[in-house]
Each structure stands twice: as C-alpha cells, then as structure tokens.
Design a protein. Sequence first.
Length: 116
Amino acid sequence: MSDDVQQVQPLDSGIAEEWIRKTDEPHLRAVSASKLRSGPLWSVSVWVMEFIRTDPLESELRRRIADALSGVSGVTGVEEEDREVWTVIGTPTGRALVEAVAQVVDDLAPRTRNSL
C-alpha cells in the first residue's frame, strides 16, 4: 500500500466528500478528512491520537496538528472536537488538510513508534 492521499466514496450520507491517507502503518500514520454536507465544516481524524496519551509527545502532536490545519489555505477556524478529531471551518481542500497533518504525523513518527 502506498502513502497516497486519495478521495474515497463516503459511506455516511451526511458526508459530502472524504479524503484518506492510505498507509502501511494506519494506526500510526493514517489521516482522514470528511466534508460535512451542512456548512463549511470539515472533520479531520488523526488515528495515532487515539493511542498517544503521555506528555510531552501528546501536547506537541496536538499543538502541531492544530497549527498545521490553521495554516492550510481557506481555513478560518480549527477546534479540537474529540481525542483524535479536529473540526475545521472554511473552504480548504480535503487533500490539503490531510497532507498538512500527514507531514506532522510523519515528522513525529519515530517518537510515536517508541511511545506505542
């Protein structure tokens, strides 16, 4: 499997568009973005965040993910929704959101591997 970012067919009728990064290490490096049908809202999931629960790594990942999402063109707001999900407001592309977070996940992958 490659590390390509691909658009996939949403399984949920409330999702207008969905993008996913497919990887051989999904628990560590997978990221997805789903555009909700209602309003200019995206939901971005970072799978590794389900497992990282110790600082300083957890705090650094959260900060860098929020910064990466905020830096994507078209983003006007970012909020952490759940342990591994961020809500993004604005008009970015799904590919850009996934690629921005994938870079953070890759940068910190050696540390997250050791933590897992």
